[in-house]
Ligand binder design. Structure first.
Ligand code: NZQ
Ligand code: ZN
Length: 387
């Protein structure tokens, strides 16, 4: 078994009444608040009014950063950094999904640092020495960014989509109210479910193949996610289903499921250029790439894929070879993603032509594999399977 260190300082307020905790959190920080959100869904759902009322009651001076787009871009981060520097922001309050939270994390470490946040952190991975406190109100369960230390930002001019990790980017608090997800359009809910399943597989389908709690927790989380997804598709206001979807996605990336695992983020790496170049939703890209990745690397991951087939998808192994059991498990995953959820199965459905593959391969980071080294030729072969 591998050794590990675990640290997660994020305070989580979960449940129907989680928003009532906002005033006591606001009390802990100074007067100047940057309220950051996306393209306006929080105004349509009424959440904006609830948040601004709480800020007003707490006597805060509020500055707004609006229009944070999916696949958040460097220009929004620069805009936020300017506001923070100009007004001495004491707390950044991110209200929305992963895009808003990622953008705010980059602002949190970029504003107090001298020089260019992109070069220093997202290119050179310098350690951030400090960060402006960040609070989160989550509206879309998917990325797990509400309880982790990661950010991903896109520099669109150069098609670079880079990540950065820093303990300075852990949110100080996160409000998780599952009822805030009732308003999600179906395809956004689906993207979030695919993303969460993909995170779970990146963690679980990686060495070592031993018998440790982490893998049992991952299996339980996958089963819970699948069951809750099926229920939420039938009734979008099924509270228990929405609560499970929200906690599964947060729990998946809080660090617990990394413990003692090597992890394998190569499906995510292959997806990055798809969304970096073609601006497709992250979950939609993963729905295409991840099953093909597992089929391509069937042999090195065989014991773990057999275990997933049996323990997550309920495949009966009697009288079957290990290969057959593993492939049946991946077929269950495909049915779940592509038939039950209706997520895309091919690059063609994402309007990505075969001629784009060499460029996508060239942009793929080959650094995060699990069982085997992944080469550019492997990525090309996987993307050709996705056509
Ligand atoms: O922008 P608004 O108007 O708020 O609408 C958002 C957005 O259009 C909408 N939405 C969010 N909550 C809603 C809602 N609509 C109605 N009701 C609600 N309660 O949903 C849309 C998508 O939001 P976004 O924040 O982009 O989605 P998500 O949380 O899935 O985050 C995806 C982001 O994560 C990044 C992606 O690039 C993308 O920026 N990545 C996530 C990674 C990961 N989880 O591992 C890694 C990837 O490399 C990637 O960077
Ligand atoms: Zn993801």
């Amino acid at each position: 078994m591998r050794d590990f260190s675990f640290y997660n300082p994020v305070r989580v307020h979960f449940g129907k009444d989680a928003m009532t905790k906002l005033p006591e959190e606001l009390e802990k920080y100074g007067k100047n608040v940057l309220l950051a959100y996306g393209g306006g869904s929080i105004k349509r759902t009424g959440l904006y009014d609830r948040v601004t009322e709480a800020l007003k009651a707490a006597g805060k001076e509020v500055y707004e950063l609006t229009g944070i787009m999916p696949n958040p871009r460097t220009e929004k981060v620069y805009e936020g950094i300017d506001i923070c520097r100009k007004h001495g922001i004491d707390l950044i309050l991110a209200v929305g999904g992963g895009s808003t939270i990622y953008c705010c994390k980059a602002i949190a470490v970029g504003a107090p640092a001298e020089g260019d946040f992109w070069e220093r952190f997202f290119v050179n991975w310098e350690p951030a020495e400090t960060g402006i406190p960040l609070g989160v109100i989550l509206t879309l369960p998917a990325t797990g960014s509400e309880m982790d230390k990661s950010s991903v930002v896109t520099r669109f001019e150069t098609n670079e989509k880079n990540g950065y990790d820093s303990e300075q980017m852990f949110p100080r608090f996160t409000i998780l109210d599952p009822t805030l997800t009732y308003t999600l359009p179906r395809h956004q809910m689906v993207n979030g479910i695919v993303d969460t399943m993909s995170h779970l597989m990146e963690l679980y389908i990686s060495p070592p193949d031993d018998d440790f709690l982490t893998d049992y927790l991952a299996e339980a989380t996958m089963r819970t996610e699948i069951d809750a997804a099926r229920k939420a598709l039938i009734d979008p206001e099924d509270y228990e289903a929405r609560a499970n979807l929200m906690w599964c996605s947060t729990f998946t990336l809080c660090g617990m499921l990394n413990n003692a695992k090597k992890t394998d983020w190569e499906s995510h790496n292959i997806e990055h250029p798809l969304s970096g170049v073609y601006d497709v939703a992250h979950g939609a890209g993963l729905s295409v790439v991840h099953p093909a990745y597992l089929e391509y690397f069937l042999q090195p991951a065989l014991p773990r894929l057999v275990r997933m087939a049996k323990n997550v998808w309920g495949v009966d192994p009697a009288g079957k070879t290990d290969e057959a059991v593993a492939l049946e498990g991946i077929a269950c995953l495909r049915r779940f993603f592509h038939e039950e959820l209706g997520a895309p199965a091919t690059l063609t459905e994402l309007n990505i032509p075969e001629s784009a593959i060499p460029r996508l391969v060239a942009l793929t980071d080959l650094s995060c594999f699990g069982y085997q080294t992944v080469t550019a030729e492997d990525v090309s072969a996987i993307l050709h399977r996705c056509l």
